[in-house]
Write a protein that binds this ligand. Structure first.
Ligand SMILES: Nc1ncnc2c1ncn2[C@@H]1O[C@H](COP(=O)(O)OP(=O)(O)OP(=O)(O)O)[C@@H](O)[C@H]1O
Ligand SMILES: [Mg+2]
Length: 222
């Protein structure tokens, strides 16, 4: 069963079409990559997948249930963890506080939130000292890890990430991709959006957005 399905999705900004009749399936335990040139509509598609934008046509199903019939707030704060292109972290807060805030917003009941937040951050490679440091004073790669830990803070089924390795060096990129691979192995559905052929290579299934958005390509598992 697909954890997330798009059926005949189209989207336009005013009169400008961006996505045209897309139908994609996403299953648990797999890593997907949505690739395409700059401006092809990757971030737009990610907004639709995460329920932040509604498609002009077509439907999205979460475990076979149309997301129109699921409370939007619940969908976004419980089922899907989103890692934005620009992280959207609160930079004056510490890494740990960012993760705890996300748990609070999702209504996570946990009497040991601090410890849980630190553990989540250490699981993605931060030290305890870094977890207690303000985000502003962390490197780009470390901020990316905080954004991943925050997305995991309420244990969603689906992880969506926009250009998760965009500004990172090769080694850090591979470390971050290893974290996503482990999440897929734990049964999460991981959906990445990327320009990078290396990132696409490391995923199981690749959907390519064309600027004209007339055709899509599906690559099987290698
Ligand atoms: N709010 C908006 N209003 C109007 N047009 C928009 C808006 N957001 C994006 N667009 C346009 O829609 C198209 C797709 O944008 P989108 O951000 O989804 O592309 P992308 O594939 O994520 O690009 P990049 O790789 O550069 O991040 C672009 O032509 C962009 O200019
Ligand atoms: Mg984008």
């Amino acid at each position: 069963m697909s954890v997330l399905s798009l059926k005949n999705i189209s989207y336009s900004y005013g009169a400008t079409p961006v996505l045209d009749n897309l139908s994609y399936d996403f299953e648990a335990g797999h890593m997907y990559c949505i690739v395409g040139k700059s401006g092809a509509g990757k971030t737009t598609l990610l907004s639709i997948l995460s329920g932040l934008a509604a498609p002009k046509q077509g439907s999205i199903f979460y475990k076979e249930q149309d997301i129109k019939s699921i409370d939007k707030y619940k969908f976004r704060s419980k089922y899907i963890g989103v890692i934005f292109q620009s992280f959207n972290l609160i930079t004056k807060f510490t890494a740990m506080e960012n993760v705890m805030l996300s748990m609070d917003i999702a209504g996570v009941k946990n009497s040991r939130k601090k410890e849980t937040a630190i553990n989540l951050l250490m699981n993605v490679g931060l030290t305890e000292e870094e977890a207690r440091r303000r985000v502003l004073k962390l490197s780009g790669g470390q901020q990316q890890r905080v954004a991943i830990a925050r997305a995991l803070s309420y244990n969603p089924d689906i992880i969506l990430a926009d250009e998760p390795t965009g500004n990172l060096d090769g080694d850090t990129q591979r470390e971050i991709m290893k974290i996503f691979r482990e999440l897929a192995e734990q049964g999460k559905c991981v959906i990445l959006v990327s320009h990078s052929p290396e990132v696409a290579e490391m995923c199981d299934i690749c959907y390519e957005l064309k600027k004209t958005t007339r055709r899509t390509k599906k690559k099987g598992r290698s």
